[in-house]
Design a protein around this ligand. Structure first.
Ligand SMILES: Cc1cc2nc3c(=O)[nH]c(=O)nc-3n(C[C@H](O)[C@H](O)[C@H](O)COP(=O)(O)OP(=O)(O)OC[C@H]3O[C@@H](n4cnc5c(N)ncnc54)[C@H](O)[C@@H]3O)c2cc1C
Length: 440
């Protein structure tokens, strides 16, 4: 293993070249700090996919929008994710209908069914240069449990009209170039993109529709102002607006009571190589698919447009810190693709994913004119984009007349002990995964 592979992760606050997306993204649009008083129809907190998509759709509808981010657009999960445009939720359509009934179940299935298409169409319509492509998303099955999951996904989604194919052991090995899996599926809805370029492209598009974007502007407090308005206080000014959208997801602090407690922020790590030499490209993901697996403690991986191999996954039991190492990901990559042995890994970074107990995102009304969407459970590239659009639609519709089923935030029990819970799940999950693998 080379010295470069011992690189420590770029931490949350470092704008470092060790984050691949920052090294290769299109330039950021200018977003200066808010100074003084500002009035808007809608104030949006957070400039990731959720907030930027909401801002774009609202500005296109003629609303006066102010977006406030503590850093710059795409600083959070939106600018540091794996860039996989993953279809669906972890929860299957039939389970959504059983758990939520026809109205909400069908609403969620509709979102999940079209989220990838809607995201790629939006990118196309706005001509955002972000390496968007659709080779399909593959999930690799490990053990009998993985094959059951494959069959359930294929059957359920085919019933909903999605283009999904089951893969045998041989078919998945030919498609991906790894012998790791005993089967899997190819979901043609999925794809990949350069996430920071996408976030910056959304930001520029929202600005060109008239939205005001303020960077380096943390919102410190939200309080009721005169009449029906809300006032958002920042270090050097404030914004007054009749509607507020809170789009802070895993990076949200205590600006609204109970919201932070409705998700568990879980740190996930990513490592990337330089562009692979020609002969390796034929062996490693020759079709350029975006891949994940059925393991409980899984990895996900893909190639970028220039042929860099990118792999992400959880930390391990003792490695969940922002400056943690990604050695475990290098090892996983070499098990998947032995041809990667000895390759350099110049990129390493991580970020927070917002998980919840239901595994589906929440669209919540917090108060009169105050909404939020959060908890994408690691599938937010497409889903945060469409939830931003849903938030915009909520704001545009008179209160109480929206067709979107709303929730109130449900705090996760024992939220204070969340880190211990994550560690426990990682430990048990890794043991069960090893048993599945051994029986495969
Ligand atoms: C390492 C990693 C890999 C991932 N891989 C994938 C993947 O391959 N595919 C996929 O679909 N999903 C993936 N995800 C999940 C996906 O990135 C997220 O679900 C999605 O980006 C969430 O977008 P968001 O806009 O809701 O939140 P974010 O992008 O996190 O934006 C929240 C913003 O809120 C701002 N903020 C917070 N508090 C305040 C405040 N008080 N005032 C002002 N601003 C504030 C932050 O600065 C931040 O910019 C991954 C996530 C991570 C971290």
């Amino acid at each position: 293993m080379s010295n470069l592979s011992r690189l420590r992760c770029a931490t949350d606050d470092q704008a470092t070249e060790a984050m691949l997306w920052r090294a290769t993204a299109h330039p950021a649009p200018p977003c200066s700090e808010l100074v003084g008083a500002h009035e808007a129809d809608v104030a949006i907190i957070g400039a990731g996919f959720t907030g930027l998509s909401a801002a774009l759709h609202l500005a296109e509808a003629g609303k006066h929008v102010a977006v406030l981010d503590a850093h710059q657009p795409g600083w959070g999960a939106s600018g540091r994710n794996g860039g996989q445009i993953n279809p669906g939720f972890k929860v299957l359509p039939s389970q959504l209908l059983t758990s939520y009934g026809q109205t909400r179940g069908r609403y969620l299935i509709g979102l999940a069914q079209t989220a990838c298409d809607d995201t790629l169409s939006l990118i196309d319509r706005l001509a955002i240069e972000c390496e968007a492509r659709r080779p399909g998303y593959v999930q690799g099955s490990i053990g009998a449990r993985g094959l059951v999951a494959r069959d359930a996904w294929v059957n359920d989604w085919r019933r909903e009209g999605a283009e999904v194919e089951p893969l045998t052991r041989r078919a998945i090995s030919d498609l991906l170039g790894t012998k790791r899996y005993c089967g899997g599926y190819l979901d043609h809805r999925g794809g990949s993109l350069q996430p920071l370029s996408y976030a910056r492209g959304l930001a520029a598009a929202a600005q060109s529709e008239g939205a005001h974007l303020f960077g380096d502007t943390p919102v410190l407090e939200i309080k009721q102002a005169a009449g029906a308005d809300w006032q958002l206080t920042t270090p050097k000014g404030y914004v007054t607006a009749s509607n507020v959208v809170i789009a802070t997801n895993a990076y949200g602090g205590a600006i609204w009571p109970g919201l932070k407690e409705s998700v568990v922020p879980v740190r996930t790590f990513i490592a990337a190589t330089d562009p692979l030499p020609g002969p390796l490209r034929d062996k490693v993901l020759p079709g350029g698919h975006a891949v994940s697996e059925t393991r409980r403690v899984q990895v996900y991986y893909r190639m970028d447009a220039e042929g860099r191999f990118i792999i992400g996954g959880r930390g391990n039991r003792t490695n969940c810190k922002p400056n943690g190492s990604v050695d475990h990901l290098h090892q996983e990559a070499c098990v998947l693709f032995p041809a990667l042995n000895g390759i350099d890994w110049p990129y390493a970074w991580n970020g927070l994913v917002a998980m919840n107990l239901t595994h589906i995102p929440s669209l919540v009304r917090l108060d009169r004119g105050v909404y939020s969407a959060l908890g994408y459970n690691g599938r937010g590239v497409a889903m945060a984009t469409v939830m931003g659009r849903e938030l915009a639609s909520l704001v545009k519709t008179p209160e109480g007349q929206s067709a979107s089923p709303l929730e109130i935030p449900a705090p996760i029990p024992f939220h204070r002990f969340r880190q211990a819970g994550v560690t426990y799940r990682l430990t048990i999950g890794a043991v069960l995964d090893r048993l599945d693998q051994a029986r495969q």
